[in-house]
Design a binder for this molecule. Structure first.
Ligand code: CTP
Ligand code: MG
Length: 241
């Protein structure tokens, strides 16, 4: 059965250690193709939410549903093969650029890899390398710039063609031109997929279908950009500094 990308959190409570609750009573609903953003100060629980969707950690209180099915009943490997995490700490390995993009979908053809790189806006820099797609990367892709590594992570996700996208934006800055390429590539990648975005760029957050403001593990405000600005609460404060 093809997965569609409905995600529901019902009264989810979670802590990494006994006694310390990191997420408190989280309820949310995402439909296929929607973009849900999480904002809030450091330690608020943003990455934790995405850790739970992936089952990197198991919840013991509440329910998370994927297309109406309790994720605890979905095989972890199957679950993760429907999801891609983009941008943050992309793991590149020693091998060609082609192999690094193909990662996770070993049956991808060269044509599919190039098509994904084009969508991700990574094709331009790759084809300008002396060995193009056959360029060898050192461990963790240290012979690429940070922006180039991020473009590769978008290309890798495009090849994987996931139902769910998790975008955990890196805080470190890249130059304006690369930034533009990344934002464009991400926009194309998100189309038609349920996306959870932990964003530092206000532009990424602004056009989300719903924005969740997390504070000490609780959703204290939710709505779209306009609604939250009108509320003149925490989100408004974050935007107006
Ligand atoms: N935490 C923990 N054990 C972990 C990961 C996180 O105890 N393995 C705690 C953190 O110390 C923090 C809380 O869980 O108090 C929420 O962490 P996280 O979800 O990572 O916070 P973010 O909102 O993602 O913070 P940042 O913006 O800094 O990434
Ligand atoms: Mg985080």
């Amino acid at each position: 059965i093809p997965l569609r990308g409905y995600i529901t959190f019902k009264d989810v409570n979670f802590g990494y250690d006994e006694g310390k609750r990191v997420l408190k009573n989280i309820n949310l609903y995402a439909k296929p193709g929607q973009k849900i953003a999480f904002v809030g100060s450091t330690g608020a629980g943003k990455t934790t939410v995405t850790n739970l969707i992936n089952r990197f950690y198991e919840i013991n209180d509440g329910t998370i549903l994927f297309d109406g099915i309790d994720i605890r009943r979905i095989n972890k490997h199957d679950l993760r093969s429907t999801m891609s995490i983009v941008l943050q700490d992309v793991h590149l390995f020693e091998g060609t650029i082609k192999d690094n993009i193909r990662y996770g979908r070993l049956d991808a053809t060269d044509e599919e890899i190039i098509e994904a790189a084009k969508l991700a806006n990574a094709h331009y820099f790759i084809k300008n390398l002396p060995n193009g797609y056959d360029t060898m990367l050192t461990a963790d892709g240290m012979n690429l710039s940070q922006g180039e590594r991020q473009l590769l992570s978008i290309a890798r996700a495009a090849v994987a063609d996931p139902t769910i996208l998790i975008l955990d934006e890196a805080t470190s800055s890249v130059d304006t031109r690369t930034e533009k390429l990344i934002v464009e590539g991400m926009d194309k990648l998100m189309e038609g997929r349920t996306t959870f975005v932990i964003a530092h760029r206000l532009s990424t957050v602004r056009d989300s279908d719903a924005i969740m403001v997390l504070e000490h593990g609780e959703i204290i405000e939710r709505g779209d950009h306009e609604e939250l600005m009108n509320l003149k609460g925490r989100y408004y404060e974050l935007n107006t500094g």
